[in-house]
Design a protein around this ligand. Structure first.
Ligand SMILES: [Zn+2]
Length: 151
C-alpha cells in the first residue's frame, strides 16, 4: 500500500526486531493509519529537501515493540508520527543540520540528533509543529537525556 509517491505502509511499519521476535507491528487503529499518512507526507518533504531517497529504520511501533526496544512511553513512534531515518552519504548530524535550517518548510514537531540516526516527528493533524531541535545524550546505565540544538 502506497501512502505517498515514495513511501509505503510496509516501509513505515517494518521492524527487524519485530520480525525476529514475532511481534505483530501492523497498526489497526484508524487514528494511527491517518497519522502514518501525515508521517509519509512529512517524509516526502524531507526527501525533497535532501534531494535523495531516505532509509527508514523505524517508523510506527506498537506498544509491545516500543516497550521491547525501550522506547519512551510517550514516543511519537507509538502514534505513527515519527521515523528514525538514515540518508546514504550524509551523516546523521549533517541531516539534522540541513533539516533544522528549513524547519518551517518541513514542519517537523521534533528533530532529534540521535548520534547514529536522525529522529523526526510530525504533529497531529490539528496541532502546530513545535519545530523542536534536540540532541540525545547517551550515558551507559542512565536514562537518555536531551539538550537543545544540534550538539
Ligand atoms: Zn525515533
Amino acid at each position: 500500500l502506497n501512502l505517498t509517491a515514495h513511501f509505503t505502509l510496509a516501509e513505515l511499519t517494518a521492524s527487524d526486531y519485530a520480525t525476529r521476535t514475532g511481534i505483530d507491528n501492523q497498526p489497526i487503529d484508524p487514528a494511527v493509519l491517518a497519522n502514518l499518512h501525515l508521517l509519509a507526507d512529512g517524509l516526502e518533504r524531507v526527501r525533497a529537501v535532501l534531494g535523495q531517497p531516505i532509509h527508514i529504520s523505524s517508523g510506527y511501533r506498537c506498544e509491545k515493540l516500543n516497550a521491547a526496544v525501550s522506547g519512551s512511553r510517550t514516543s511519537a513512534h507509538l502514534k505513527g508520527l515519527a521515523a528514525d531515518i538514515h540518508v546514504p552519504g550524509i551523516t546523521p548530524r549533517g541531516v539534522c543540520l540541513r533539516l533544522s535550517a528549513v524547519a518551517d518548510a518541513i514542519g517537523f514537531d521534533q528533530l532529534i540528533f540521535e548520534g547514529s540516526w536522525t529522529h523526526i516527528g510530525f504533529p497531529e493533524a490539528d496541532a502546530e509543529p513545535r519545530r523542536q531541535i534536540l540532541t540525545a545524550i547517551f550515558k551507559p546505565g542512565r536514562p537518555t537525556t536531551y539538550v537543545g540544538g544540534i550538539a
